[in-house]
Design a protein around this ligand. Structure first.
Ligand SMILES: [Zn+2]
Length: 65
């Protein structure tokens, strides 16, 4: 199980949340990065390897400023 509560990206600390599902405009997402709230969501239903790759993907989004 992915056990990471937060991740520091440059000067910002992003809280990592694991909601069961992430829905955006009818699409079910694996992950989501909210820059304004400094929150990275990784779908709780993902297996550990998927969750780790998704977290990395969202951290790369978090680097976009
Ligand atoms: Zn993406």
């Amino acid at each position: 199980m992915l056990s990471l509560d937060s991740v520091k990206v440059g000067p910002k600390v992003f809280r990592v949340e694991r909601p069961e599902n992430i829905v955006d405009g009818g699409d079910s997402l694996w992950g989501q990065c909210d820059h304004s709230k400094c929150v990275i969501k990784v779908a709780g239903r993902l297996a550990d390897d998927q969750a780790a790759v998704t977290l990395l993907h969202e951290v790369i989004h978090a680097l976009d400023v």
